[in-house]
Each structure stands twice: as structure tokens, then as C-alpha cells.
Design a protein around this ligand. Structure first.
Ligand SMILES: [Zn+2]
Length: 584
């Protein structure tokens, strides 16, 4: 089996005439889009023209941007890819401006519903058109929008890049050696307790060198967010984020209050893990990711491939066939190598009904689970095949549904048949991740909310930021963490606070995990009959508000009970983990 992906279905190279032709056509498309509202013709005709041009633009942006991005992600130094990607990002600004013009046009159409009803093309993207009209009140004055976008290049976006530079070049003095921050943080997973503790202490001590510029980045990005929210007529940064996520406050509040109720269970898990590692006052931060239990599974790529087909095929044979196709047709770039980015992702090329997956497979069960996760995203893309591109914009909170669902199916199958000697280890590694996605994410939300609110009054000093972070950790981890070993600099190490156009880039993770688990609970209750319902749910993720998409499968995301039922899936694992740990 080939272990690198094949990008030639997009372009043969950067010199491919098709690549250059698309690159030339893109600005022309943008000009056509900007002028589509002018001249003769009915509103229906103009709307139809705009929809089809915007489809062209999306397709070209995906092909061109994708080819550059995929190339760079396995060859970080590729100068051609970098240059073209910059060019395409600048064009992206022009696309945004042209789309704003389209939106202003849609806003002014009094009989939009009649237009939608009069045209099959418009009817196929009715939700997107209605949303444009509804959200048009948040457009900026066209006279200032262009300048705001430009100022962001030297404002928030610049601070965001500075943050990445500080992070990437920061060296930590660890046991007499200077190591990159990511390498030192990676030692949190080491089997040696001394390594974990030394790495934590070295990491914390090292932040002194970058804390001031980091605090400026954070304060500036959050100030810009406040300014943008105000300029766009939102009552707060959180409201702007929720609106972009097609989510409402009621849903967010229901989720957080169910999470608050479940915190004691997570703390029980953390304290039990602490006991296993010899701590009596809760788990020190440096042992959050420590491995426990003995024995772990190991897979070759071929074994991982077969395992996924076997286990996911129990959900539906279609999923197994789809995964097999992805493995055999070079959709996946498997192995780590120099110049290739870390982590994993999946990105789809919508009009070609094809996805690309990057992983850094080394054979652990968690690597197999990552493959299941990314192939879940690919399956989601498959479920959306054929829809107008305007209807495929899945909001962040729903974007992890299919991936978490796959992970949950896999671990459920594997846990139900594994020997007890492996169970503790597998359960714990799942719980470790859930704790991050629920408890830590909640602490990040509380922290960010305070920073955004305080910014109305003043920029927070480094000491204030550290104090705020510790309070957020105490409020969420509670006695699960040893109060003498917390992490006052989590704001300096997580990139999510520094995205200039996404604020509160935290709650979508908790939503995604719990929604995916909630959907899985439905599958457990309903069995095979749920498969087509599930696929339809995925297909509709970009076609309505989150509340309505969930309601289409009978889930009420505004009800605390739904979130409780998802959390119960995790709490059951916590109970089992505590039983196994106590029996040792
Ligand atoms: Zn994902």
C-alpha cells in the first residue's frame, strides 16, 4: 500500500497549465461576482448568476488553496507553495469584499422567498440566501469595510503571526539542553515521572522570556475582537461568535450547566489517577497526560487498516468500503518525516467528492483512533457530496460530529472485547482526552470570557492573566488538581486564544465531543435503523441552524438533559476506570 497521498488529481505541479489557468481565472471570477448585481435582468436572474459564480470561486479557491496547503503540509520549505498561498490569501480578501456586496444586494430584495420559490437553483441553497439576508444587518459600512480588513492585516493578524513566531522559536532549558517548547510539552506523556516533572518546571520557568509580548498579542487580539463586534452591531464578542456558529445562548448555557454538574465525576477520575501515580492531594498538572496501566496495543498500518474495516464495518459496511477506498486510492499521507507538519487533519475537495488526510502514524492505538477520526471527517464530506457549496459550510460546533462519532464507535468496539489487562490503559487514555475537551476547555472559556470583558476597561498585565488562569483552573478542575502544581501560563501556550477571526475557539470542542457522543448514544439505542438518519444528519449540517439540524434527528440541544445523557457515557467510563484502579 502506498503511504503518501496523491495530489495529482488536483494539479500535476505548480507549472501545470491548469494550475496557472485557474490562478488567472480567480480574480476574473471575483470581478464578475462584484458586478453581478449591476445591469439589466430580474432579481432571480441576478441571484442565479451570483450563486453560480460563487460556486466557481469556491471550487477554484479549494483547488488552488488546497494544492498549496497540502504541498506545504508535507514540505514546509516549498517556496513556490508559500508564494502562491500568499497570493491566494490576498485574493481571499477580495472574495470577502465581493461577498459583502452580494449580501447587501440580497438584503434589499423584498420578495426573497418568491425568488427562491421561482428557481430550482435558488431553492437548492435557500437557507444560505435567507441567512445572508438575516445577517446583512451585521455588515460594516462599505466605506470602512475595506479599510477595516486592511487594518486587520497589520493588527490582529499580525499579532497572531507574532504569537506563532514566538511559540515556534521559543527554546526551553531542560536538563542542560535547549529544546523547542513543543518537545518539552511532549514530555508530559513520558513514562518516567521525573522527566514529566522536570519538563513542567522547565516549561513554566521559560515563559518569563516571552510573557510580555505574548500578553500584548492576547490583549490586542481581544481588543480588536471587541472593536469588530461593536462595528458589526453585536452586543458582545461571544454573541458574534455564537452567531457565526449558528448557535444560541440557550444551547451554550444548557451545555455548560450540564458540564458543571459533571465536574465532580471528572475530579473523581483525576484524583484516582493521582492515587495510581502516588499523589494524595489531587493530580499535579504535570501528570495529567501520564500513562497509567501496563500493556498497550501496537498496530502496523496494514493491521490498522484491517482493524478499522472490521470495527467500522459493524456500524455499516458502507463505511468500511469507503475507508478501504481511501486507503487504497492514496487519500492518506501516513508517516511522519522531516518537513511534514505534526498532528493530523482532513480536508475535502467538495466538487470532486474526495478528501485528503494527513496523519503521523506510529502504530499506537491512539494513532488508529486518529485515523478513524479523520476518516470520519472524510465520511462527513462524502455525505455532503453533490450539495451546492453554499450549503456545505458546517459550523465549528457540528464539524466534529462525524469524527468523534467514529472514535467513539471504535473505542466502544475495542473495549468490549479487549483483555482486562489492557482495559485500564485504553479507558484512561480516552478519559484523559475527554477531560481536556470538557474540563480544560471549560477553564479556557471562563478565562477568555474574563479577558474579553476586562479588556473593556484595561489591558491585563501578565500577573493578572496568570491569576485569571489559575482561578479558571480552580473553578473547573477543583480538587482534581493539586493546588500546588497548576499551570498559570496556559494562555501563553495554547494557540486558540490568538486566532484573530475566531474567538472563543474552545466551546465548539466541548460541543463536538458531547454532541458526537450523544449521537452515538442514539445509535446504541436504535441500532442499524439509525444509520440512514445519521447520514442525513451529516448531510444537513450546513443547511440550517444548529438547533434545527439537531432537532431533525430528535435531539434538543437546548435541553440540559441531552448534554447530561452524553456526559453519562463518559461518567460510565469513569466509574469503570475507578473500579479497575481500586482493584489493583
Ligand atoms: Zn477533527
Amino acid at each position: 500500500m502506498e503511504r503518501t497521498w496523491d495530489l495529482s488529481f488536483l494539479y500535476k505541479s505548480f507549472d501545470d497549465p491548469a494550475f496557472l489557468q485557474d490562478l488567472k481565472a480567480l480574480p476574473e471570477d471575483v470581478r464578475r461576482l462584484s458586478s453581478a448585481t449591476e445591469g439589466e435582468g430580474s432579481d432571480v436572474e441576478k441571484l442565479e448568476t451570483m450563486v453560480s459564480i460563487s460556486e466557481d470561486i469556491t471550487r477554484r479557491m479549494e483547488h488552488l488553496g488546497g494544492f498549496c496547503y497540502f504541498t506545504l503540509s508535507v514540505d514546509a520549505e516549498n517556496a513556490q507553495a508559500m508564494r502562491y498561498l500568499n497570493q491566494i490569501q490576498v485574493l481571499g480578501n477580495d472574495v470577502s469584499l465581493a461577498m459583502s456586496e452580494v449580501q447587501r444586494f440580497v438584503q434589499k430584495i423584498g420578495n426573497l422567498e418568491e425568488c427562491i420559490a421561482a428557481s430550482p437553483l435558488l431553492a437548492s441553497c435557500g437557507f444560505a440566501l435567507r441567512e445572508m439576508k438575516e445577517q446583512a444587518c451585521h455588515l460594516m459600512d462599505p466605506a470602512i469595510e475595506k479599510w477595516m480588513l486592511k487594518m486587520q492585516l497589520s493588527g490582529g493578524q499580525s499579532f497572531s503571526r507574532l504569537r506563532d513566531q514566538l511559540d515556534a522559536t521559543h527554546l526551553v532549558e531542560y536538563r542542560g539542553e535547549k529544546l523547542p517548547l513543543s518537545a518539552v510539552r511532549g514530555k508530559a506523556y513520558d513514562a518516567d515521572a521525573g522527566v514529566r516533572r522536570d519538563a513542567y518546571e522547565a516549561e513554566l520557568a521559560s515563559y518569563k522570556a516571552i510573557e510580555l509580548p505574548m500578553s500584548y498579542c492576547l490583549n490586542s487580539i481581544k481588543m480588536e475582537a471587541r472593536t469588530l463586534a461593536e462595528a458589526r452591531g453585536y452586543s458582545s464578542v461571544l454573541d458574534m461568535t455564537l452567531s457565526q456558529s449558528r448557535m444560541d445562548r440557550e444551547c451554550l448555557d444548557a451545555m455548560w450547566s450540564a458540564i458543571e454538574e459533571s465536574l465532580p465525576a471528572f475530579r473523581r477520575y483525576l484524583r484516582k489517577k493521582g492515587e495510581l501515580l502516588g499523589h494524595s492531594n489531587g493530580l499535579p498538572f504535570y501528570d495529567l497526560f501520564a500513562p497509567v496501566g501496563n500493556g498497550s496495543l501496537h498496530f502496523t498500518l496494514e493491521e490498522a487498516h484491517q482493524k478499522l474495516l472490521e470495527e467500522m464495518g459493524k456500524f455499516t459496511p458502507d463505511m468500511a468500503a469507503f475507508m478501504d477506498h481511501a486507503f487504497l486510492n492514496r487519500w492518506i499521507d501516513v508517516d511522519p518525516r522531516p518537513g511534514k507538519s505534526g498532528g493530523a487533519f482532513c480536508a475535502g475537495i467538495h466538487d470532486m467528492d474526495r478528501s485528503l488526510i494527513l496523519t503521523n502514524f506510529q502504530g499506537s492505538f491512539s494513532d488508529v483512533s486518529t485515523l478513524a477520526h479523520e476518516l470520519g471527517h472524510a465520511w462527513h464530506n462524502r455525505c455532503m457530496a453533490g450539495l451546492p457549496a453554499l450549503m456545505t459550510q458546517t459550523p465549528m460546533p457540528l464539524a466534529e460530529t462525524a469524527s468523534i462519532f467514529n472514535e467513539t464507535v471504535l473505542s466502544h468496539q475495542v473495549l468490549s472485547s479487549c483483555p482486562e489487562s489492557l482495559e485500564l490503559n485504553l479507558l484512561e487514555s480516552g478519559l484523559m482526552e475527554c477531560t481536556q475537551t470538557v474540563v480544560d476547555i471549560y477553564s479556557r472559556f471562563l478565562f477568555e470570557r474574563e479577558v474579553v470583558d476586562t479588556r473593556a476597561d484595561h489591558a491585563m498585565s501578565v500577573d493578572e492573566l496568570k491569576d485569571c488562569m489559575i482561578r479558571a483552573q480552580k473553578q473547573t478542575y477543583g480538587n482534581g488538581l493539586d493546588p500546588d502544581f497548576m499551570h498559570p501560563y496556559m494562555w501563553a501556550c495554547k494557540s486558540h486564544y490568538y486566532s484573530s477571526d475566531l474567538n472563543f475557539y474552545n466551546f465548539p470542542y466541548a460541543f463536538g465531543l458531547l454532541f458526537g457522543k450523544g449521537v452515538f448514544a442514539r445509535y446504541l439505542a436504535e441500532g442499524a435503523g439509525f444509520v440512514p438518519v445519521y447520514c442525513q444528519l451529516l448531510r444537513s449540517c450546513g443547511s440550517d441552524t444548529i438547533t434545527n439540524v439537531a432537532a431533525s434527528v430528535g435531539i434538543d440541544v437546548r435541553s440540559r438533559d441531552f448534554w447530561r445523557s452524553s456526559l453519562r457515557v463518559i461518567e460510565k467510563d469513569i466509574d469503570r476506570f475507578c473500579d479497575l484502579a481500586s482493584a489493583r
